[in-house]
Design a binder for this molecule. Structure first.
Ligand code: KIV
Ligand code: ZN
Length: 398
């Protein structure tokens, strides 16, 4: 019986930082770590201690400032990496070492140039070494989804016997599909009974090369994964990692399908995304789910009319649920009279039917010329006699 709690393992500061334009100073990582703690993530992968002095410093700074989430450092299956990771996290309240070693023949032959047997030996030795430093050890067979299944399962069995407490199966190159990835979790649980018997946590780690990272993560959860590895705004290697905000919102909004609990404070999703956007060199694209500028914006007349009648017509969650201040009815060439009247009311103008019609003609002519229409533009097209009887606005100008 698996528990129904899904742990969120955030790797924004490690896998996320490994992508172009995302490098962060220690101070910036600390700011981000505080935001992640407030968000309620269970584990923060703070870096890869052996990668650089900066990474080591950031991990040890974070371990001293952040007390609630577990703090993990990544390490290759090498003695020097594992020792360095253990030093970086030694002051953590709840430290974790995350050891990874490739399991696909492609990586073993071309990248590591070692045999399968050597990889199996290294798995046992490195997990045992990590366990000599901490009780909480995660093992990842890198490139799991392109590995020979029997061999990868053997590797996992050895890692569990050596004391790994979490087994993460990364879709390192974003190659898998939801149905295939889900089945892999089911098969591993079936073929290694010790996983469920000894409460070893299975974890997903998905990259977005085919745009399937979140769908794959959800499929893993449906098949028993109880940890998801993800990043804020989906940043990460190449096309990125599974986006934390999308997984958390999907598990909540479609709780009817997933039936699991998380510790994520949903109302902190947007604020956390904003913190990251101010630290790295880019913000999420406007059409990004949950945290993009347009995630709660509506321009077309039909949608705006529906939204004004009942927001459920076109929104599956309230913006407030994820910490966004309000729904935005954007006025543009697709908008109708209902939205124009609504915004003008907010700006202090009450219009009769004829006055609205007259103003609407002016609005459409302007919208055909301009891509963005601001409140000042709207005020400019209101006929003079209406402007004279303007009330106190109830909304701030954009
Ligand atoms: O994508 C990957 O395989 C990784 C591992 C180091 C877990 O990031
Ligand atoms: Zn990764």
């Amino acid at each position: 019986m698996t528990s129904n709690h899904v742990f969120f393992f955030d790797t924004t500061l490690r896998d996320g930082e490994q992508s172009p334009g995302c490098s962060m100073t220690t101070q910036e990582k600390l700011t981000m770590a505080h935001a992640l703690e407030d968000l309620g993530v269970d584990i923060i992968e703070a870096g890869f201690a052996m990668a650089s002095e900066g990474d080591f410093a950031a991990i040890s700074t974070i371990t001293q400032a952040i007390r609630k989430p577990r703090i993990a450092s990544l390490a290759r299956a090498r003695q020097e990496d594992i020792e360095m990771a253990s030093r970086a996290i030694q002051l953590a309240e709840r430290p974790r070492i995350h050891v990874f070693l490739a399991s696909s023949d492609l990586h073993l032959e071309y990248k590591l140039k070692i045999s399968r047997q050597q990889a199996l030996d290294l798995t046992g030795e490195s997990v045992r070494l990590a366990r000599s430093f901490v009780d909480d050890v995660e093992f990842s067979p890198e490139d799991a989804t392109r590995s020979d299944r029997d061999f990868m399962i053997e590797m996992i069995r050895i890692a569990v016997e050596a004391g790994a407490t979490t087994i993460n199966m990364p879709d390192t190159v974003g190659y898998t599909t939801p149905e295939e990835y889900g089945r892999m979790f089911a098969e591993v649980r079936e073929r290694i009974p010790a996983i469920d018997a000894e409460n070893v946590i299975l974890s997903s780690h998905c990259h977005d090369d085919l745009g399937l990272a979140v769908a794959n993560s959800l499929a893993a959860i449906q098949n028993g994964a109880r940890q998801v590895e993800c990043t804020i705004n989906g940043i990460g290697e190449r096309a990125g990692n599974a986006a934390l905000e999308e997984i958390a919102a999907a598990l909540y909004v479609r709780g009817d399908r997933y039936g699991v609990q998380t510790g994520i404070k949903l109302e902190n999703l947007y604020p956390t995304s904003q913190v990251l956007g101010q630290i790295i060199t880019f913000r999420p694209s406007p059409n990004k789910a949950i945290v993009g500028d347009n995630a709660f914006a509506h321009e077309s007349g039909i949608h705006q009319h529906g939204m004004l009648a009942n927001p459920l017509c076109y929104e599956i969650m309230t913006p407030a649920l994820v910490g966004v201040a309000r729904t935005h009815l954007v006025l543009g060439k697709h908008s109708g009279r209902a939205a124009l009247r609504h915004r003008l009311e907010q700006l202090g103008f009450t219009l009769s039917r004829d006055e609205l019609q007259q103003t609407y003609y002016r609005f459409v002519a302007m919208a055909d010329r301009k891509k963005n229409i601001y409140d000042q533009d709207l005020i400019g097209i209101v006929p003079d006699h209406i402007r004279e009887r303007r009330r106190e606005p109830v909304a701030e100008l954009d």
